[in-house]
Design a protein around this ligand. Structure first.
Ligand SMILES: *[C@@H]1O[C@H](CO)[C@@H](O)[C@H](O)[C@H]1NC(C)=O
Ligand SMILES: *[C@@H]1O[C@H](CO)[C@@H](O)[C@H](O)[C@H]1NC(C)=O
Length: 355
């Protein structure tokens, strides 16, 4: 702390002591922060501050979160990214970038740019007027400037380089866009559409790398045909999982993994890891007992068949009393407990190498 020697004005000294503490906090662990991009699987509440109907900042969302507070997370509690941040010894909750309660002093150790309903494809974010992925990157660049001012250029650069970037997106491109709205499916075969999305993923990672990121994990797709809403659409077949959509997910994951290998060879010094949530979710759904779940097919909220966002509200009398018995909280999103199991799996199998 020799740089403080010639400071004389008290408040100036105090400011530097505080700054010194903040700086040592953000660099004392190998991964100083977690930076999140993606959709509702990881959105900590950014959609609260934009004009979309896709929100969850009301009860019963968040009823098992700290203080029972609805935050805009599409869950009764925390998200996988929150658990991952905790597993790295950083903090138990990653704040949303657009939340005015937080500023760069909080974001320096983890920040979320994700937006529920978004996708790789610009046309996906258009469906419910949410934040497109390219705009998440713009926000990230704005954050970098704030971090420079806050920590100084050198320290900021280090935080940017050493932080872990998590990207979780893609389900909506298929379920909210390709299979629901005729435009993309009339333009592209499913293989062509996958290729389009992978091209966007490739560019997105290259831009992150260009901006100074090095430790990056892109998360694969879940068994999306088993989401309660998908089963409900499949009611003619006895609410089984939609096999075709699960196949699209496994196929996409294989291609994503290949892309990750390519990028690792192409971009010098990048540590890009593919994290696969598919298998653990599939295990849970096929064999819920050992995990302590009782219902894998319907969600806790409402009838469990279709409610999410504004349809999942506190007036619904059939919402379950113990969400821990359920894999899914609403018709599209896992419970706090399922998220904790998924996050633990991702941390132990893919992300621990960054520690
Ligand atoms: C961030 O917010 C805290 C209050 O939570 C405040 O004390 C602090 O001055 C703010 N820092 C910056 C850099 O804006
Ligand atoms: C998405 O939209 C942005 C802003 O208009 C544009 O810069 C970008 O090229 C588009 N991305 C794709 C893949 O079309």
């Amino acid at each position: 702390m020799a740089y403080m020697d010639n400071l004389t004005i008290d408040s100036f000294v105090i400011a530097h002591v505080i700054l010194g503490i903040a700086v040592s906090m953000v660099t004392s662990v190998k991964v100083p922060g977690i930076i999140v991009f993606g959709d509702s699987s990881v959105d900590a509440g950014n959609n609260n501050y934009i004009s979309t109907m896709l929100k969850s900042n009301f009860k019963p969302y968040g009823r098992d979160f700290y203080g029972g507070e609805p935050t805009g997370r599409f869950c009764n509690g925390r998200l996988p990214t929150d658990f991952i941040s905790e597993a790295f010894g950083i903090k138990p909750v990653i704040p949303a970038y657009l939340d005015p309660k937080f500023n760069v002093s909080h974001f320096a150790t983890g920040v979320c740019f994700a937006s529920a309903g978004t996708g790789f494809d610009n046309a996906t974010s258009d469906v419910l007027s949410v934040i497109p992925l390219w705009k998440e990157l713009e926000y990230y660049k704005e954050f970098q400037k704030e971090l420079n001012d806050y920590l100084g250029e050198e320290k900021a650069k280090e935080v940017i380089r050493e932080s872990l970037y998590l990207i979780s997106v893609g389900t909506n491109d298929f379920l909210e866009n390709y299979y629901l709205i005729p435009k993309r499916s009339s333009q592209y075969s499913i293989e062509e559409y996958q290729k389009l999305l992978l091209g966007i993923a490739d560019n997105f990672i290259a831009e992150l790398y260009e901006a100074g990121a090095r430790k990056i994990s892109i998360v694969g797709l879940p068994p999306m045909g088993c989401l309660p809403l998908e089963r409900t659409r499949n009611f003619m077949f006895g609410i089984e999982c939609v096999k075709e959509h699960n196949l699209v997910a496994t196929d996409f994951n294989v291609k994503l993994q290949d892309l990750v290998m390519e990028i690792n060879q192409k971009l010098h010094g990048i540590q890009l890891v593919f994290s696969n949530p598919y298998d653990i979710m599939w295990d849970i759904i096929q064999n819920p007992d050992p995990f302590g779940f009782e219902d894998v097919a319907t969600a806790c909220c409402g009838t469990g068949l279709f409610e999410m966002s504004f349809l999942c509200d506190k007036f619904n009398p059939s919402t379950c009393s113990d969400a821990n018995e359920y894999v899914f909280w609403d018709a599209f999103h896992p419970t706090h407990k399922a998220n904790s199991i998924i996050a633990n799996h991702l941390f132990k199998n893919y992300l621990i190498q960054f520690q």
